[in-house]
Design a protein around this ligand. Sequence first.
Ligand code: GDP
Ligand code: MG
Length: 315
Amino acid sequence: MQKIEEIAKGVLTGDKKSIARAITMAENTPEEAQSLIAAVYPHTGKAHVIGLTGPGGSGKSTLIEKMVREYRQRGKTVGVIAVDPTSPFTGGAFLGDRIRMQELTTDNGVFIRSMATRNNPGGIAKATRDAVKILDASGKDVIIVETVGAGQSEVEIIKVAQTVIVIHAPGLGDEIQAIKAGLMEIADIFVVNKADRENADKAVVDIQAMLQLDNKEKAWTPPIIKTIALTSEGVPQLIEKIEEHWQFLQRGLLHKRSLEKAEAELVEAIKDKVTSSIIEKLKREKCFEEILRRIVEREIDPVSAAEKLLNQMFE
Ligand SMILES: Nc1nc2c(ncn2[C@@H]2O[C@H](COP(=O)(O)OP(=O)(O)O)[C@@H](O)[C@H]2O)c(=O)[nH]1
Ligand SMILES: [Mg+2]
């Protein structure tokens, strides 16, 4: 117990080792991490959480490195969480070029971490949410979450963000389709990276065309920003747009979104608790083993058996 208190205290002072240990705990032993999260939770809610998602190879990690530098120049502290199932967990290593990152990793105003996506007992979306809370409590002004692709779990992960950036780059095949399918509605800002490549303008036109298909009345129209992450071109403009979106949210939507997020997290937590407590209770019942035997003997199918058990329990 003492240990968790110490880690929590360290997190609140922004101590890198404590932050790292706290995130590891959230990944590996989410139940143990719960008391830590509870302890730091009152100190969260200040950071601007930015999600960056798009196909692998579009330049997310390169762009984030440049965004971090830009934020540092503006005097802001930054946390980065990379959720990338395609690259193995390397204990905090992030971005291909580690030497380039050395400078940032020794900066106390920056914390960069990649998340383990395998063997994650509580689920990657939950672990990412916890990591964001830990970084938020540590006092980071901005937290950037990088995820790959447009699958359901990526959308789940990116829901942690207040500002969602969907990135694309020319030369990645027909990935615009993927953006269209999964991420169109949740994008607040589009980035076309690798603007040094010849098809960049076509990518911009494609996204514009998609945006025009959606003729719902919107208070915020997602801008499309061209960047060259390699040279930082467009990065200051991107940061400006992110700030603009943050201001926009603070004029009203932020509170509504916070309530929605709170509800989603509360409902998920209730589901978890209810499910495990009911299952534990049922397992202690005598009829549990009997019904297992009947399923094996093909006297009853598992779903009907579940209904039967639950009916007995609640009658
Ligand atoms: N030409 C060009 N290459 C880029 C640019 N940004 C990133 N890259 C390269 O694209 C590759 C993938 O970048 P990375 O940041 O790892 O992409 P991620 O998978 O989306 O995180 C790397 O070889 C980068 O050097 C850019 O603006 N222009
Ligand atoms: Mg990456």
